[in-house]
Structures are given as C-alpha cells and as structure tokens.
Design a protein around this ligand. Structure first.
Ligand code: NAD
Ligand code: ZN
Length: 351
C-alpha cells in the first residue's frame, strides 16, 4: 500500500510500504477512506516530538471501513464504517476504568499515553491502518453521517469539548473567552453552547479566523493585536472578567492572557500544547480563587458528540475547507501548513 512516511525532521514521502497485518487478537485493519492533518503533525515534522522515529507512518485522525478482524473482536464487523479515535483505549487498565484512556497503560510500549497512532505506531495517513484494541478505539458510524462530518470526531471536537468546555466547568449563563480560533478553538466555540454559555468571545490575531469564529457560534470577537483587547473583553462582562477563559494556542503569552481575563472564582482551562515553560502569576491568582486545568484529550465524549452530529445539532462538516486525494497528500500538507494564507482549517484527504 501507499502511506505518508516520516523520515526525520522536514522529511515526509508518500511511498510504498508493506500492508499492515493483524498482530494481536484485539486488532482490526481499517481501509482509510478519509484522513486529515493536525497541527501536531506539523510539530512532528519540525522534529518537536522525538518519540516519532524515521519510518513512522503519520496521522491520528480518520474515517474508514473495516477490512479484517482480529480473533477476539466480536462487536465490530468487516464492512463497518468507523471513526478512528486519536486515542487508543484498552478498556481494562486502571486509567481506562477511570475514564482517562489518554493515559492508557496497556498501549504498545506501555508508555502511559493513549495517543499512539502516528506517534508510537503507524498511523492513518495511509491506505490501510492497524488499530489495536479496536473495540475501545473505533466508533461505528451511523447511516447519513458523511466522512467529512465525522472526521473532526477523531480529535479536535472531543479535545475542544473535554479539555476546554468540560474542564473549564462551563455552566448555564457563563461568559466564556476562547483564546485562539484555530480548529481546536473553533471546536471549543462550537461546543460551549452545549453547557449553556451565554456569551462566547473569540480572541485571535487573524481577522479571517475571527470571522469564521462567528459562524461557529461566537457571540463576540476581539483582535488581540492591539493594546485594548483586555478592556474590550472586560467591557463585555460586568468589568470583573469572564467566568471561563480557555487557552487554545499553546504559547506562554496566550496562557498569561487567559489569567488576565478571568474573574474571581473563574476557571482557566489550558488546551494548547506548550513547548516552553510558562510563567504562572500565583501571587496574583491565589486571592482570586482561580482554578486552572490542563489535559490531554481522552476522546471519551466522541459517542455523545457523534449523536449530536447525526442529529444535525453540530455542523462539523464546516471545518473542512480543502479537499485532496491521497496521492496529493504532500500538497495537502503545504496548504495546511500555510493556513494564514490559504485560510485552511481542516483538509479532507480521501482515497
Ligand atoms: P492552530 O495553530 O491552527 O490555531 C491557533 C490559533 O491561535 C490561530 O488561529 C492563530 O491565529 C491564533 N494565535 C496565535 N498566536 C496568538 C496570539 N498571540 N494571540 C491570539 N491568538 C493567537 O492550532 P489548533 O490546531 O487549533 O490547536 C490549538 C492548540 O491545541 C495547539 O497548541 C495544539 O497542539 C493543541 N491541542 C491540544 C490537545 C490536547 O489534548 N490538549 C489536542 C489537540 C491539540
Ligand atoms: Zn487502558
């Protein structure tokens, strides 16, 4: 088969590789019908994720059709259309029992990290992929849900909902600020209404992303390029700050911004992946009773989100801005990598 193979920083090739085979009885093989690229794949290509080694097939998102079952798989069948979750879950370790498969202990390499596809084992940017612990890691697609609508359920929608909205403890009436309106921030914005946010303020430097944020459910937008962003946001609350501030960028300054917008008693939920240490002004925050949360997506809310997508309550297909065939995946990377110019959000790459 063909697959996108990582060959060290800056190097990726769509090339011939051996077809994946069943290794463990709980595995299945999925023919990938549609896959996509995540910001994390760009981090890998920069060499920021050293656990990814030369020869690894990239990708941890996708929708496909089962072609082969391991002998212990009884709840899935050949021909089932499935969402491939970015997190693989054994279902039986202590973390899976706690509902935190993001730390599943039973993964290959026993790493204690549930994200293994396109990281520790070969991923979804390929014609076929082996999915371990398939019954805990795949979600059957109901009729009528398109590949493009389902694609965001592998990673970004559960990430925005679990690590942003749910960790941020959004409740009815809350004013929520979302810093960063990339795919993940937009997923936060799209799902903040599920818990009754009254106002969702999108904050970004890019006016195109802010305009998109409005179409994903933001009530207000603020460009943080100028001096007045903090005053503008505070003016939208009663002057005390927002109830929940969600960081969805992953740089030190945006985490600080979140702590500068939060009202006493509020919650700062960090979603962004940080590569550098971040200053924490505890000397100012303690007296405000501020809670700070972090997290790696577990994707345990994917079945719930899928029900909402199937009922047309979440229009997730809106994330897809560009379409490519698998043979053109290198062009898809180029388009996605220049998102500020190309206005790309999610690229759908189909067989
Ligand atoms: P992205 O880079 O596509 O989007 C980031 C957005 O932030 C862009 O719209 C950009 O214009 C904006 N931005 C950049 N600097 C800014 C600044 N100083 N002020 C305001 N806005 C600024 O990223 P994404 O794919 O949406 O992902 C967002 C973050 O979430 C990343 O750090 C990603 O690694 C992380 N992530 C976390 C998890 C998790 O489990 N916690 C899972 C997936 C992704
Ligand atoms: Zn587990």
């Amino acid at each position: 088969m063909k697959a996108l193979v990582y060959h060290g920083p800056g190097q990726k090739v769509w090339e011939d590789v051996p077809d994946p085979v069943i290794i463990d009885p709980t595995d299945v093989i999925v023919q990938v019908d549609t896959t996509t690229i995540c910001g994390t794949d760009l981090h890998i290509l920069k060499g920021d994720v050293p656990a990814v080694t030369d020869g690894r097939i990239l990708g941890h998102e996708g929708v496909g059709t089962i072609t082969e079952l391991g002998s212990a798989v009884s709840k899935l069948a050949v021909g089932d259309r499935v969402i491939i979750s970015c997190v693989t879950s054994c279902g039986s370790c202590t973390y899976c029992h706690q509902g935190l498969p993001s730390h599943c202990l039973d993964e290959e390499g026993a790493s204690g990290v549930g994200w293994i596809l396109g990281h520790l084992i070969d991923g979804t940017q390929a014609e076929y992929v082996r999915v371990p612990f398939a019954e805990g890691s795949l979600h059957k697609l109901p009729e009528g849900v398109s590949d493009e609508a389902a694609l965001t359920l592998s990673d970004i929608l559960p990430t925005g909902f679990e690590i942003g909205v749910r960790n941020g403890r959004v409740k009815p009436g809350d004013v929520v600020a979302v810093i960063g309106a990339g795919p993940v921030g937009l997923a936060v914005i799209m799902t903040a209404g599920l818990y009754g946010a009254s106002r969702v303020i999108a904050i970004d430097l890019d006016d195109n992303r802010l305009a998109l944020a409005k179409t994903f459910g933001a009530s207000d937008t603020v460009n943080s390029g100028g001096e007045s962003w903090q005053d503008e946001v505070l003016a939208m609350t009663d002057g005390l700050g927002v109830d929940v501030a969600i960081e969805a960028v992953g740089v030190p300054s945006t985490f600080t911004m979140a702590t500068e917008l939060i009202r006493p008693g509020g919650t700062v939920a960090n979603v962004g992946v940080h590569g550098k240490s971040v200053e924490l002004k505890l000397q100012e925050l303690w007296i405000k009773d501020v809670a700070i949360t972090t997290g790696l997506v577990s994707a345990t809310t994917t079945p719930m989100l899928l029900k909402l997508v199937a009922q047309g309550k979440l229009a997730t297909e809106k994330f897809v801005t560009h379409r490519f065939s698998m043979a053109d995946i290198v062009d898809a990377y180029d388009t996605f990598g220049r998102a500020a110019e190309t206005k790309a959000l999610k690229v759908a790459i189909s067989r």
